[in-house]
Design a protein around this ligand. Structure first.
Ligand SMILES: *Cc1c(COP(=O)(O)O)cnc(C)c1O
Length: 371
C-alpha cells in the first residue's frame, strides 16, 4: 500500500530527545526551544517567533494579539482548514468568507475590498500548497483600510514571494509542524510576529498570561498574572524532535521538490488526455513541494480516480469542504455563493507526497486510469 503521507524521521530525533531529558528540563522554553527560535528568526527574517503546540494554537494567539472580539469581522477564505476560521470564531468574531481565485485555491485578492466594512479587523490569508497569495495587493488593501494581515502559512515553510519568505510579510503568521507537513514534530506549530506592537504581549499570552519571560531576562523582579493567555508553549521533547528536522530541512525540501517535479513532468500527457489539470507551476513565486494536487473535471471523475487508485493500493485524498457551507457555520454565513471555493471542494485530488515516496509507482497506477 502506498500511503498518502508517511512521517519521515531524519535519524537524530530520539538522540535529541534523550539529550533534552539529560539536560534535566523538559518543560517549555529550554535549550532546544531556543535553538529553534534562533533558527527561524535568523533564517527566514521573521522578527519574533515562538514555538506553539500546533498551528491552530498559533492562530489562536494571533486572534488574541489582534484583539479580535465580539462584533468584529474577519475576512477568511472559505477553502481552508477549520482552524483558520476557528481561532477567530473563538474570540467572538463574525467570519466573512471570501472566494478562491478561478485558477488557484488561494483567496481571490480582487474580491477582498468589497468585503471590507467598518467592523473589519483583519484579513487572514492561506498560502495553499505552499504557494503565495498575491501579498503585494493584499498588504496594500490592508494598509489603506488599516487592517491586520495574518498569514496562515501552515503549509508554506521555505516558500518565497518576491524574494521574501512567506510568514515574513503579514503582521503575524502561523506555521504547522503536524506530521502531514514538510518538517514535523507530531503536533507542533510556530507563531511569527513581524509587528513590534505585538511582541511584548506575545510572550505573556504564550506563558499563561504571566510576565515570566521578562522575569527570566531580569527585566522585572517578580512575575505574576498580567494578561489573558494559555499554555501555548510545547515541551522540550517536541522542540528536540523539531530540531532534528530543522537540521535536515534542505534535504527534505530538495527531495519533496524532486517528487513534485517528477509528478508534474510525467503526468502532463495523461492529464491532458483525461481533461484533468495539474497543480499549476507558480511562475514568479516559489513553491515548497508540500503538495501535489490534480483538478479533476468533475466530482464524479474524482471519485472514480480515488476508487481506481485504491484498488491499486494507492491512497489519494481530497480535502477542504467550503467552510461557509459547514454544519457549524452555514446558518451564520451571509448567503453569498462562493463558486470557486465549491469547485475546489468538489474537484481537488491530492496525490501521495512524502520524503520516502517513489512517485514512479504512483504514476504507473494512475496512468492506467483513462476516460
Ligand atoms: C495543517 C493546517 C492547519 C492546522 O495545523 P495544526 O498544526 O494541525 O493545528 C491550519 N491551516 C492550514 C492551512 C493547514 O494546512
Amino acid at each position: 500500500m502506498i500511503p498518502f503521507n508517511k512521517p519521515y524521521f531524519t535519524g537524530n530525533e530520539t538522540l535529541y530527545i534523550e539529550d533534552a531529558v539529560s539536560r534535566g528540563m523538559i518543560s517549555g522554553n529550554g535549550y532546544y526551544t531556543k535553538k529553534c527560535h534562533t533558527y527561524f528568526q535568523s533564517t527566514f527574517a521573521f522578527k519574533k517567533v515562538l514555538l506553539t503546540t500546533s498551528c491552530t494554537d498559533a492562530l489562536e494567539m494571533c486572534a488574541i494579539l489582534a484583539n479580535v472580539k465580539e462584533g468584529d469581522e474577519v475576512i477568511i477564505p472559505s477553502y481552508t482548514f477549520v482552524s483558520t476560521a476557528l481561532a477567530f470564531v473563538r474570540q467572538g468574531a463574525k467570519i466573512v468568507f471570501a472566494d478562491s481565485g478561478s485558477n488557484n485555491p488561494n483567496i481571490d485578492e480582487s474580491k477582498i475590498e468589497g468585503l471590507i466594512t467598518p467592523k473589519t479587523k483583519a484579513i487572514v490569508v492561506v498560502h495553499y500548497a505552499g504557494v503565495a497569495c498575491n501579498m503585494n495587493v493584499i498588504m496594500t488593501i490592508a494598509n489603506k483600510h488599516n487592517l491586520l494581515v495574518i498569514e496562515d502559512a501552515a503549509q508554506a515553510i521555505c516558500s518565497k514571494y518576491k524574494g521574501k519568505y512567506l510568514g515574513a510579510i503579514g503582521h503575524m503568521a502561523a506555521f504547522s509542524f503536524h506530521e502531514t507537513k514538510n518538517i514535523i514534530s507530531g503536533e507542533g506549530g510556530l507563531i511569527v510576529i513581524n509587528d513590534d506592537r505585538f511582541i511584548k504581549r506575545s510572550e505573556i499570552i504564550w506563558e499563561k498570561g504571566t510576565n515570566r519571560a521578562e522575569f527570566f531576562r531580569g527585566e522585572v523582579n517578580k512575575y505574576g498574572w498580567v494578561d489573558t493567555g494559555s499554555s501555548f508553549l510545547p515541551s522540550e521533547i517536541i522542540a528536540a524532535f523539531l530540531w532534528a528536522q530543522i537540521e535536515n530541512i534542505k534535504d527534505i525540501q530538495a527531495k519533496r521538490l524532486e517528487h513534485w517535479n517528477y509528478y508534474h513532468l510525467h503526468l502532463k500527457k495523461w492529464a491532458t488526455e483525461n481533461n484533468i489539470l495539474l497543480m499549476p507551476l507558480p511562475n514568479k513565486e516559489t513553491q515548497n513541494g508540500h503538495m501535489f494536487y490534480l483538478l479533476c473535471e468533475s466530482e464524479k471523475q474524482r471519485s472514480e480516480l480515488i476508487k481506481h487508485l485504491k484498488s491499486h493500493d494507492v491512497l489519494a485524498v481530497f480535502h477542504y469542504l467550503s467552510l461557509h457551507k459547514s454544519e457549524f457555520y452555514r446558518d451564520k454565513h451571509d448567503g453569498r455563493v462562493l463558486t470557486n471555493s465549491d469547485k475546489f471542494t468538489d474537484r481537488v485530488l491530492r496525490l501521495p507526497m512524502y520524503y520516502e515516496l517513489n512517485p514512479e509507482k504512483v504514476i504507473s497506477k494512475i496512468t492506467q486510469y483513462n476516460v
